[in-house]
Ligand binder design. Structure first.
Ligand code: ARG
Length: 457
């Protein structure tokens, strides 16, 4: 009755739903590396002969040259990168190729390949984050004295230095580097030799393969080894937090580049124009970094949803682990590069920032602090007196520093003319010299420490 409708259908659908080669071909180098280590170990343990191992190693070298030259072929019938490599090996060296898969399953193979890929990616990303940190520190050093408004609630709060603001991002990225480093440490055990789920009856040497692949040790439980994707989640979680930081920095650039702010002129190389409004210069790169952060967090959530509730050991759901990790890694690499360029080449409008710092009664806290320090008034009362002075200045339409001494004394008789020194934005930032504060000398100290830590000359 329904045979016509389904004839051939399920197998075509099966082929398509099953094929991971369209995306897992990206693991080809790691797959060859792990196979080389595996076959060398099989020979050392007399599980395959030295001759057969050499034949297999020679075939793997040929495959490497082919893939480098022509890319990895995509044949859905071969399902994934592991079968694709093995099928090509059989074409090249004949039935001896079949010995490679002794004491191994695709389950421990994919777990090993993927760990190697994530490890390589962490190394590349860490270098890129190092470059971003260098750019932040270098610009922070240039702008240790540049005064800008500091905000809370995006309302003018207190004057800060641009160097201090940029060094805040240096700290954030430093924590990201650290999260990637600990993720790398945790992932560095080798699943190879766990086989399908229970280990193997062959007398293999798991220490040998672990060492050959740069792992610290073999994994200690075969069931865990083939069904664990914590290393991928650790990576995505570190990537997500890093993306949040980049997205916050990107958002600041978007705000600072808007005309009413005009704190920065974005590098031409990282901006675009409008097809209708000739005057426009849009911060598209920053906006995309902001947008990409959402997608990266989405990748983390996607893999968490894949893993939740999976019984031990391997289930095919786990094949869905790779697309989110690849996507997040690509998006993050682009985002880091874009933000590094933005930080390095942004044209900060120093004069405009300085003017903006004068607005919004940014030194009101300094007046309150002066009342505490010079007149011995308790802070809460000083806060109240300062509030009255701000209200008066607002009514008169002037800055705090523009109020006449009589006006100040009308608010509180204990105020004298030395108050004016405390009300400049220069004094305000210089006064905040507590460790980690915004004072230019403090910022220079932190910049110098960071330069040493980063190995900048
Ligand atoms: N392509 C698979 C994956 O990425 C490899 C493991 C397949 N194992 C299996 N028993 N079907 O997860």
């Amino acid at each position: 009755m329904w045979g016509g409708r389904f004839a051939g259908g399920p197998s075509a659908i099966m082929r398509e739903i099953n094929a991971s080669i369209p995306f897992d071909r990206r693991l080809w180098q790691q797959d060859l590396e792990a196979s080389r280590a595996h076959v060398a170990m099989l020979a050392a343990c007399d599980i395959v002969s030295d001759d057969d191992a050499d034949t297999i190693l020679g075939g793997l070298d040929t495959i490497e040259r082919e893939y480098e030259r022509d890319g990895v072929p995509e044949d859905w019938d071969l399902e994934d990168i592991h079968m694709t490599v093995e099928a090509r090996l059989a074409e090249l060296v004949g039935p001896v190729a079949g010995r490679l898969h002794t004491a191994r399953s695709r389950n421990d193979q994919v777990a090993t390949d993927f760990r190697l890929w994530v490890r390589d990616t962490i190394d590349t990303l860490s270098e890129a984050l190092h470059d971003l940190q260098c750019a932040l520190v270098s610009r922070a050093g240039d702008h240790a004295d540049t005064i800008m408004p500091g905000f809370t609630h995006l309302q003018t709060a207190q004057p800060v230095t641009l160097g201090h603001h940029l060094m805040a991002y240096y700290e954030m990225i430093g924590r990201d580097v650290d999260r990637f480093r600990t993720a790398r440490e945790r992932l560095n055990d080798c699943p190879l030799g766990s086989a399908a789920l229970a280990g193997t009856g062959f007398a293999i040497d798991r220490e040998m393969t672990a060492q050959a692949l740069g792992f610290d040790a073999p994994t200690a439980n075969s069931l865990d080894a083939v069904s664990d994707r914590d290393f991928a989640l650790d990576f995505l979680s570190a990537a997500s937090q890093c993306a949040l930081h980049l997205s916050r920095l990107a958002e600041e650039f978007v705000i600072w580049a808007s005309q009413p702010f005009s704190f920065v002129r974005m590098p031409d190389a990282l901006s675009t124009g409008s097809s209708i409004m000739p005057q426009k210069k849009n911060p598209d790169a920053a906006e995309l970094v902001r947008g990409h952060a959402g997608r990266i967090v989405g990748c983390l959530v996607a893999l968490m949803m894949t893993m939740k509730g999976l019984p031990l050991a391997y289930s095919k759901d786990m094949q869905d682990d790779k697309p989110p990790v690849f996507e997040a890694a690509d998006l993050l690499a682009l985002s880091v590069a874009a933000m590094t360029g933005m930080v390095a080449d942004a044209d900060f409008k120093v004069k405009r920032m300085r003017e903006a710092a004068e607005l919004g009664f940014a030194t009101a806290t300094d007046l309150a602090d002066w009342l505490v320090r010079e007149a011995g008034i308790p802070f809460r009362e000083a806060h109240h007196i300062t509030g009255a002075a701000v209200k008066l200045a607002e009514t008169k339409g002037v800055a705090l520093s523009e109020l006449a001494l009589e006006d100040f004394q009308g608010v509180d008789a204990r105020i004298d003319s030395s108050v004016y020194e405390a009300l400049t934005v220069e004094e305000s930032v210089a006064a905040r010299a507590s460790y980690g504060g915004t004072a230019p000398d403090e910022v220079r100290d932190r910049v110098n420490e960071a330069r040493n830590r980063l190995g900048m000359t």
